[in-house]
Design a protein around this ligand. Sequence first.
Ligand code: PMV
Length: 343
Amino acid sequence: YLSKSGLVGYSSPSNIAIIKYWGKTGVQIPLNPSLSFSLKHSVTETSVSYVLNPGQKDLCFNFYFEEGKSKKFEQKMEVFFNRVIDKFLWLHHYKLKIESKNTFPHSSGIASSASSYAAMALCLAKIHQQITGIKLSMEEISNIARLGSGSACRSVFGAWNTWGKFDMENSSNLNALNISQYVHPSFADIKDTILIVSKDKKEVSSTTGHQLMESHPYKTGRIQQANEHMLKLMEVLKNGDWNSFIEVAETEALSLHGLMMSSSPGYTLLLPNSLQIVQRIRKFREQNKIPVCFTIDAGPNIHVLYSASNKKQVREFIQKELLPYCENKSFINDELGSGPTEI
Ligand code: PMV
């Protein structure tokens, strides 16, 4: 062992998918390819200290989340560590202390699993390098993050990323692929205002949602739709066509929720206010000819997407017409970010 003790830390972003990963087989192998961009301000900061612990036989770690020790997160981390322990054999002999915090509110509806597991994977890779001298590639680190939460594999990179095998060279079900070099400048400064319609914990978890896709009556059609959207969106991102971007983004968001409603048992995560916002965005777009659209994750909150050049008008519209539909008028102004940083 090259290093007996040390301290590493990473800040990693959450990401928002335009083409949604929904349904998986095995350990986070996606049923369909997905495409997202990493956020700038919604991040998880994780630090890990490690020390050689002679005589230790098994995993040994303590997890501190924000102010306190969190049993729930510790259990999830244990599942994750057991999935990656064969890649990091030193985990059998080192004691870890993990501290983690999010810069965004816990109940904001922003998935913290993507940013948390991306930060954790980066920390483990750095420790691996310090202990063994072996530097893992970013693809390998993305693969490790995927074992925590599927969407996390897209959070180890900044800006625009795909995950899942589709008709593009080097695309893989095991790790994300950064596609920023293909993206037109008009999508390089995309803004995302997250409207918090409800802070309540969702009634059906994403894990259950993914499982329900296994026997979903529209499974084949959904896989086909996502693959077609990938090809279309790759073209759109290259040529900077906001109108086609809007079409794909909104179809994907509604399709995701349509799949939830039509699974067995079916369920709804959207709330009446979510639909009010959706309709108002469409009306504003038609009346003002300003390219602004929505996307929605597995919850009731609405992400409003627009380019930096329309920031002023869109924010005025949000302030006046959309915030009344949010819980305590809560929102987060976020935007495309450049990816994880070492802290
Ligand atoms: O990574 P998970 O298991 O939390 O699933 C994420 C699913 C969506 O957020 C709805 C879509 C996506 O691609 O991020």
